[in-house]
Ligand binder design. Structure first.
Ligand SMILES: [Cu+2]
Length: 459
């Protein structure tokens, strides 16, 4: 096993493919243009082809906002690293963006038995792994790496080997923010948060045109609000949109029901240009959420959602973990998304062997999603933020209904690149490959490898 610095070396190597073990000649061929794409869910999938070809050539890594993000260990189990997201079509939006860039050669050149859609499916994974692929050599060792290189067809020195992974090419504001939750000011013992509600253009995937979304502080999901059980909060929202709204803190056991955020039940709607303040005590710990409760099918579907984490005053054994991911799913604008993005622009869950990873599933969508972890069981320790205690259970597929949150711990005891996805198949995979609600759990042998990967991604 090589050191972390060695692992990161390929990033600065202009001919990264040189270090990749040769793959068989058989799968070097690019795909054919006459792709027989099945129209999976919506025709939007079809726009992927030509558009992608054009944008693939032009796509350049986008700097992560806010000074970059990191997969660093959760300091004292407090900081959060969200996992990623994926988008697929609900109402005519994102569909599997087939990679037409890889589809430029005659069908005769396809590996035996393949059709063009195999090339497209492979190219999506190539985009996902990007220049991480060469780095994996130093992490998983030569034998495992030779297999991966062969699977990816690395011998053809495909362009993504030198590009950042898809999920680095789109702004990952949520990831950044979750690591450093929104910082309040403290006034007379009250934690004060000032936020805005804005329109924004959201890049679900680096190869797709941005969608007209909404977001708290111009982010989808909004910044994570994180406090400790018992804290008093004062949260002001300034509505910069041209429509009314209301904000509900989902899961709070309010003492004053007028803080519940429901226009025409507990308040008047917040008009454009106006501000509204919610004041309450975080009187129960857990994974909570905040979101619009006004024209909500549309507004939450367009991105007015965020995580509200209330850390317990007295953590239990289950609250000890090394890394943490917030995983907010949605399924309207932009298709099937995790944290506002669709595969391959979904940030993987990274962990070192021996670490425990906490994942907080939060469903802000309109349908249930059963999250399936390949190769690993999930220990479900809380539902809707309420600890399960002795009723905690293991599973590898966990259905999360709209509005629900589940906290799970995964003990990462074996290295590998493991798929991690919704198991409603039309949300994740089509003839032309994976899309939408797909992520991975990438377990590397050492913590230094995680650091090296992060360094490479940020380079
Ligand atoms: Cu799903």
């Amino acid at each position: 096993m090589n050191s972390a610095s060695e692992a990161a070396q390929p990033a600065s190597d202009p001919s990264a493919a040189d270090i990749i073990a040769p793959a068989s000649d058989a799968d070097q061929a690019p795909a054919t243009p006459e792709v027989t794409r099945r129209r999976f869910l919506v025709g939007a999938a079809l726009t992927g082809g030509g558009l992608m070809a054009a944008t693939l050539a032009a796509c350049a890594p986008t700097a992560a906002p806010g000074g970059g993000w990191t997969f660093g260990p959760a300091a004292a189990a407090k900081s959060a690293v969200p996992a990623a997201a994926t988008a697929a079509p609900a109402a005519g939006s994102a569909a599997p963006a087939a990679s037409a860039a890889a589809s430029a050669a005659p069908a005769a050149a396809l590996p035996k038995g393949w059709t063009a859609h195999d090339i497209e499916a492979r190219n999506i994974v190539r985009r996902y792994i990007g220049n991480l692929a060469p780095a994996l050599k130093g992490i998983y060792g030569d034998a495992a790496f030779a297999k991966l290189a062969d699977i990816l067809g690395a011998a053809d020195n495909y362009p993504e080997l030198a590009k950042k992974p898809s999920f680095v090419q789109v702004p990952q504001l949520f990831l950044n923010d979750a690591l450093t939750p929104l910082k309040p000011t403290v006034e007379a013992g009250v934690k004060v948060f000032n936020m805005t509600i804005d329109k924004l253009d959201q890049k679900i995937d680096e190869l797709k045109a941005p969608v007209a979304a909404l977001g708290y502080n111009k982010q989808w999901p909004g910044p994570t609000i994180r406090v400790t059980e018992g804290d008093k909060l004062k949260v002001t929202f300034k509505n910069n949109m041209d429509e009314t709204t209301g904000v509900h803190f989902h899961g709070v056991e309010f003492d004053d029901f007028f803080q519940d955020g429901i226009p025409f039940v507990t308040q008047k709607p917040i008009a454009p240009g106006e501000s509204y303040t919610y004041e309450f005590t975080a009187n129960r710990p857990g994974s909570l959420m905040y979101h619009s409760h006004h024209n909500a099918t549309d507004q939450v579907g367009r991105g007015l959602l965020g995580a509200f984490i209330v850390d317990p005053k007295t953590p239990t054994a289950e609250d000890k973990f090394d890394r943490e991911y917030i995983w907010v799913s949605n399924d309207t604008l932009g298709g099937f998304t995790i944290n506002g993005h669709g595969f391959p622009a979904v940030v993987p869950v990274l962990a070192a062997q021996g670490e425990t990873v906490r994942i907080r599933f939060m469903n802000e969508g309109i349908m249930m999603h059963p999250w399936h972890s390949h190769g690993y069981k999930m220990r479900v320790v809380a539902r809707d933020g309420y600890p399960l205690g002795t009723a905690a259970f293991d599973c590898d597929t966990l259905g999360v209904n709209p509005g629900e949150r589940y906290d799970v711990n995964i003990k990462a005891d074996r290295p590998g690149v493991w798929a991690f996805h919704c198991h409603i198949l039309p949300h994740v995979e089509s003839l032309t490959g994976m899309f939408g609600m797909v992520s991975t759990l990438i377990v590397v042998p050492k913590k230094e490898h995680v650091d090296a990967i992060v360094k490479l991604l940020l380079a």
